[in-house]
Design a protein around this ligand. Structure first.
Ligand code: BDP
Length: 702
């Protein structure tokens, strides 16, 4: 089934000249080694070449002296080749690879080599991807290694198989049938991850259930770890801070209590007994009601280091999330994580990684980068993106997220002067880090196509590619993914690339233009709810974020307001303190401005907001007309499916536009500018819409 195969469908190449060339370059293969990883690499190569070239007679055990393609780790290569590639191999570390066209004894040969078996697998996938994109291998000289150590997916999957903020069906982990029943999906999942270099996964929700740490579940986790091992993927689990009480029978989870420390030491030893390469724990503590060290008047350092001590003898890590904002703190929510964590810089143990979301609020369609990036030079700080589209239209709207990820990674923090980008802050080039990492909250479920929207596969793919190389640009990723998934025809790739790239700005425009944020409806975060003002905690309410009144709109984070700007380095602090020098995309994030404030293009703020909403709607209409023309390049079924989804997206872009503009109009008291369509429903109608069974929800949530 095409949609199930993701970007690994290895479509048959129809250009016979190219097929002949590729065949000549890959027919006699000397594939060395026989580890589990090498066996899966060989199988993948056979599958890929078989499908793309229609070649079912590939030889894998050819004589290395006469082979067309030589695949093997450094020490398996003939010394002459070894010597020729020694410099390259020094550069690629444990996970990188070299693919090179050489002339060997007067004969052309391709060599794929690396220092480890897992890197050979990565190289095989890359080779197949290059062929899938019809690239010439004649002069290939590719030396590539990941720039980030930990390239990880976080699943927010519950043990009952519901998925928090999951929009692609049930959890793929079938806990009831594990450990005996190994679903083929687990293997295909591992293949897909390995193909883009993902090397770690956390299986369970950060809003954790302690049961996952009990023997019955650990045995199931072990079975999954065994499936993932050949693909180079380490398993992590979310650890509920109060587990010593809930499943350990202790009466406290105080991190400074010796019994608690011992309980975690033992638990770690038990897990490593089952899974020797277990990655470690991922912890959400003292955040949104989750238990943590503060319940015992201890701090995040106490909590994280206690767990780090338990994992250290086994080389395990604690990933400690910095997503905190307190119900007792009246300060701007955007400031709280920085205020709380930055003073702890230098106090965390070496095996603690502090995981920080890309922005300071919560995975909005657009946020300025989180001020913590670059601000903790002595801490291994890793970045968390959300691949599942909690605030970007679930798996119903087509939004190409690499564009969002790229914007964050390219943002300049100025922490060590100009050019101190977020990418450099997290890949260890700004400050030397013990370990670097990039995490994505998975958008994967049991849907036939894995991700709900077939185009949401691109977000999984793109996340992996950026975790491997945070300097890749979104356009390159779009190009690769379109070719591998659908077609190499330029008449398809070029317009679709444009569609993907523009899709991110479209969603910003029709949901949260000009720096507006968190104006989503209660609980589900799907449709608009700018009027919501009565939730239990102030910072759960959209009105907290937009502050619209007759005088204007926006959150004042300047020195006159919450002073969140002070958490950014100069010159950002200064620039963002003044609306005139704040990029308009962040305008209402940092400023509360009058409705008649004049924008760069001469429009008033009110007109500008209205026009942006309309532009978003127009962009979706444009996407529909592009997609119509793509009929010849995809199957009828694929075409129909995406067409239906885009039609919903258009309807809902209008819903966002109309609901938000009608509501804000009650404050601005101004007419809609020319070019903005008139709403067809009343504000009361939009307010009356309720969605009691929206997917992915956690009960009683903002
Ligand atoms: C928010 C989600 C909530 C998560 C939380 C988190 O609404 O479901 O539990 O983030 O990241 O985005 O912990």
């Amino acid at each position: 089934v095409a949609d199930y195969d993701l970007w690994l469908s290895y479509q048959k190449i129809s250009d016979t000249e190219l097929v002949n060339k590729y065949r000549a370059q890959t027919n006699d293969i000397a594939f060395m080694g026989n580890s589990e990883t090498i066996i899966v690499a060989k199988e993948e190569l056979r599958l890929g070449l078989g499908n793309m070239l229609g070649n079912s007679s590939v030889i894998m055990n050819a004589d290395p002296n006469s082979a067309d393609l030589i695949v093997g780790t450094k020490d398996q290569l003939h010394t002459t080749i070894q010597n020729r590639l020694a410099k390259d191999l020094e550069q690629v570390g444990e996970e990188g690879f070299v693919i090179k066209a050489l002339v060997q004894k007067g004969k052309n040969a391709l060599v794929l080599t690396a220092n480890t078996d897992i890197a050979i697998l990565y190289g095989v996938f890359r080779l197949l991807e290059l062929m899938g994109q019809h690239q010439s291998l004649d002069k290939i000289n590719l030396v590539d290694a990941p720039k980030i150590d930990l390239r990880m997916l976080n699943h927010w999957d519950n043990l009952d198989r519901t998925v928090e903020r999951g929009y692609a069906g049930a959890s793929i982990w079938n806990w009831q049938k594990l450990p005996e029943y190994i679903d083929q999906r687990y293997i295909d999942y591992a293949r897909a991850n390995a193909s883009i270099g993902i090397n770690a996964v956390s299986l369970t929700n950060v809003n954790a259930n302690a049961l996952i740490l009990t023997p019955m579940y650990l045995e199931k986790v072990q079975a999954l770890a065994n499936v993932f091992r050949p693909y180079g993927i380490k398993v992590y689990l979310t650890a509920r801070f109060s587990a010593p009480i809930e499943i350990g029978g202790l009466d406290t989870a105080d991190p400074l209590d010796q019994n608690v420390q011992q309980w975690w030491d033992k638990k770690a030893a038990e897990i490593y007994g089952l899974i020797p390469d277990f990655g470690g724990f991922l912890v959400k503590a003292n955040s949104e009601g989750q238990p943590g060290p503060q319940n015992y008047d201890r701090n995040h350092v106490d909590g994280a280091n206690m767990m780090a001590k338990a994992l250290q003898p086994h080389d395990g890590n604690v990933i400690w999330r910095a997503f905190v904002y307190s119900e007792h703190d009246a300060d701007d929510r955007a400031k709280q994580a920085y205020s709380e964590f930055v003073p702890y810089d230098g106090q965390f143990m070496d095996n603690v990684l502090v995981q920080t979301k890309n922005g300071a609020i919560d995975f909005q369609p657009r946020e300025p980068f989180h001020p913590m990036f670059g601000a903790m030079p002595k801490t291994s700080q890793i970045i968390e993106f959300q691949i599942t589209q909690e605030y970007l239209g679930f798996s119903t709207h087509l939004v190409f997220l690499p564009k969002l990820f790229e914007e964050v990674l390219d943002s300049d923090t100025y922490r060590k002067g100009k050019g101190s980008t977020v990418a450099k802050a997290i890949d260890g080039s700004l400050y030397d880090k013990k370990m670097t990492g990039m995490v994505g909250v998975a958008n994967i479920g049991s849907d036939l196509n894995w991700t709900g929207h077939p185009f949401a596969q691109a977000n999984w793919y793109g996340f992996g590619r950026l975790a491997w190389n945070p300097y890749l640009d979104a356009e390159t990723i779009a190009d690769e993914w379109l070719r591998l998934t659908y077609s190499n025809e330029n008449a398809f790739v070029n317009p679709m690339k444009e569609l993907l790239i523009d899709s991110r700005e479209a969603v910003v425009n029709y949901m949260n233009p000009l720096g507006l944020h968190h104006i989503f409806d209660t609980g589900h975060h799907y449709g608009p709810g700018p009027w919501v003002s009565e939730l239990g905690r102030p910072e759960w309410n959209p009105t907290y974020y937009h502050n619209a009144d007759v005088n204007g709109i926006g959150f004042d984070r300047t020195t006159k307001g919450s002073n969140a700007v002070a958490q950014y380095a100069e010159p950002l602090r200064l620039l963002w303190n003044d609306p005139k020098t704040t990029p308009e995309k962040y305008l209402l994030w940092f400023h509360h401005l009058p409705w008649d404030y004049v924008l760069e293009d001469g429009n008033t703020l009110w007109d500008g907001i209205a026009l942006k909403y309309q532009e978003g709607v127009n962009q979706v209409a444009e996407m529909i007309s592009t997609w119509k023309k793509m009929k010849p390049y995809v199957s009828e079924e694929q075409h129909r499916e995406v067409k239906m989804l885009l039609n919903i997206q258009l309807k809902e872009a209008k819903w966002w536009r109309d609901a938000c503009l009608l509501y804000f109009q009650t404050f601005s008291n101004k007419d809609l500018p020319k070019g903005v369509e008139k709403p067809t429903q009343s504000l009361d109608y939009f307010k009356s819409l309720k969605f009691p069974f929206a997917p992915g929800i956690r009960p009683q949530w903002d």
